[in-house]
Design a protein around this ligand. Structure first.
Ligand code: NAD
Length: 461
């Protein structure tokens, strides 16, 4: 299949369009590798050495990986280099270190009984990855899945496969035995569906849209009832109180919290909720920041915002802004396709004010550079608005009142609540969604739980 570069709309290269049979063959290879123990039974110290070597190779090839990814998915290179290869290497290292620190348990039994709890790999893990941060999100799944001794089949997104292909190649250069980690490119509705319906995949881990998440649960029910862990979208609130410690800083971070990577960030702060008294001044400050952002060729370090991933995504962004207009929203800046002469897919940072909780733009994830603005009068209304969507992925709260910060953190139903900042949590803390933003977590030691089975041994002594 053609790989279209979002930078200029050209055909960058081609890649294999996998079939359901290809997927089944990859799953069979993973199963064979798991059963013969070439990885699952390898000494932990040796597995750890291989994963560290893999992280070394990712770091050594960081620029190549970042550029490859940018040409494929359009993220600005300044962000991609840190968010993609460097963050993937840090994640692989974190889980490499965990390999020889995961213990089973001995139960508090009566005399004459020994109760052991073993932690065993689940078997074959299927991982389906989105296009916005293929290496970072890929490493969030591959790191803990491999660290716990599983075999893995990974399916990258159609519009962001190149850097993940290279990442898997580097795993083999690092000494990962053949068959343990397989990658199959192709269409979600073909190879992704085959993975979902396979009788031989034990756990399915996914990051992507809610619509596909629902399908994966159906596939599981129709096949072997495999465990399904979903990291889905969001429409995250960013709540700014008049007593925020530094409103200029809050405006800058608010703008970057929605516009970086053209808004194609699952935790993007897409709904600005701002206290009445500072509404006009704060929105003006955000607009000033948005106007200062240079949008263009993501490989040019002078640009702060790169390309939208695909023509389809860009059309979708524009049509949601159109809907907002018909509902009474007011587009203060942006709202249009720009740089059409390049042949690429670019959208101007967009701010829409006057958005009500019942509006589609308040409720629906755009996954584009579109910020909605809604005013609130007090803490109670801010909390109600923050929680007024089906999502619960992330949130931001800006205040210098310590009690309010803690109360809001507890009251907002979201997997991560940022206070006086937005974005940046590293691999040491869990990342997951509440409500329809998903189940289970990536990152931290908690992510390992998705990839192990607990087995009890009960022995009469
Ligand atoms: P998507 O759901 O369209 O695609 C994600 C993956 O699923 C791709 O690899 C795709 O090929 C595959 N797929 C598509 N149809 C399938 C099917 N029928 N069966 C199996 N696999 C199938 O999402 P996207 O457009 O790649 O990514 C954007 C979405 O992902 C947004 O909603 C965003 O919020 C979400 N996202 C969430 C997180 C998070 O951690 N919660 C992170 C990044 C992105």
């Amino acid at each position: 299949m053609d790989v279209i570069s979002p930078i200029d709309g050209s055909i960058l290269t081609t890649m294999a369009k996998g079939t359901a049979e290809d997927m089944d063959a990859a799953i069979a290879a993973s199963r064979a590798a798991f059963e013969d123990g070439r990885w699952s039974a390898m000494a932990p110290a040796q597995r750890k050495r291989i994963m560290h070597k893999w992280a070394d190779l990712i770091e050594a090839n960081a620029l190549e990986l970042a550029v490859l990814g940018v040409r494929d998915n359009g993220t600005e290179i300044g962000m991609a280099i840190n968010a993609e290869p460097r963050s993937a290497a840090a994640t692989i290292r974190y889980y490499a270190e965990a390999i020889d620190k995961i213990y089973g348990e001995i139960a508090p039994t009566p005399d004459g009984i020994l109760g052991l709890v073993h932690k065993e790999p689940v078997g074959v893990v299927g991982a389906i990855i989105p296009w916005n941060f293929p290496l970072m999100i890929g490493a969030w799944k591959l790191g803990p899945a491999l660290a716990t001794g599983n075999s893995v089949v990974v399916k990258p997104a159609e519009t962001a496969s190149l850097s993940l292909l290279r990442l898997v190649e580097l795993a083999h250069e690092a000494g990962l035995p053949d068959g343990v980690l397989n990658i199959v490119t192709g269409e979600g509705t073909v190879v992704g569906e085959a993975m979902g319906l396979s009788m031989d995949v034990d756990v399915l881990v996914f990051t992507g849209s809610g619509g596909v998440g629902r399908r994966l649960m159906e596939y599981s029910a129709r096949s072997n009832m495999k465990r399904v862990y979903l990291e889905l979208g969001g429409k995250s609130p960013n709540v700014v109180f008049a007593d925020a410690p530094n409103l200029d800083q809050a405006a800058l971070v608010t703008a970057m919290g929605i516009f970086r990577n053209s808004g194609q960030v699952c935790v993007a702060g897409a709904r600005l909720l701002v206290e009445d008294g500072i509404h006009d001044d704060f929105v003006a400050a955000v607009i000033k920041q948005a106007k200062s952002l240079k949008v263009g060729d993501p490989l040019d370090l002078g640009n702060q915002i790169g390309a939208v991933n695909s023509a389809r995504q860009l059309d979708q962004n524009l049509s949601l802004v159109e809907t907002a207009l018909s509902e009474g929203g007011e587009v203060l800046i942006g709202g249009s396709k720009i740089l059409a002469e390049t042949g690429g897919f670019y959208m101007s940072p967009t701010v829409v004010s006057n958005v009500k909780a019942s509006d589609a733009l308040f409720q629906k994830e755009v996954f584009g550079p579109v910020l909605t603005v809604t005013a609130f009068k007090d803490e109670a209304e801010a909390t109600r608005l923050a929680n007024a969507t089906d999502y619960g992925l992330a949130a931001g709260v800006w205040t210098s009142n310590l009690s309010r910060a803690h109360k809001m953190t507890r009251a907002i139903r979201a997997g991560v609540v940022h206070v006086n900042t937005y974005g940046g949590p590293d691999v040491t803390v869990p990342m997951g969604g509440m409500k329809q933003s998903g189940n289970g977590v990536d990152k931290s030691m908690h992510a390992l739980e998705k990839y192990v089975e607990l087995k009890t041994a009960w022995m009469a002594l």
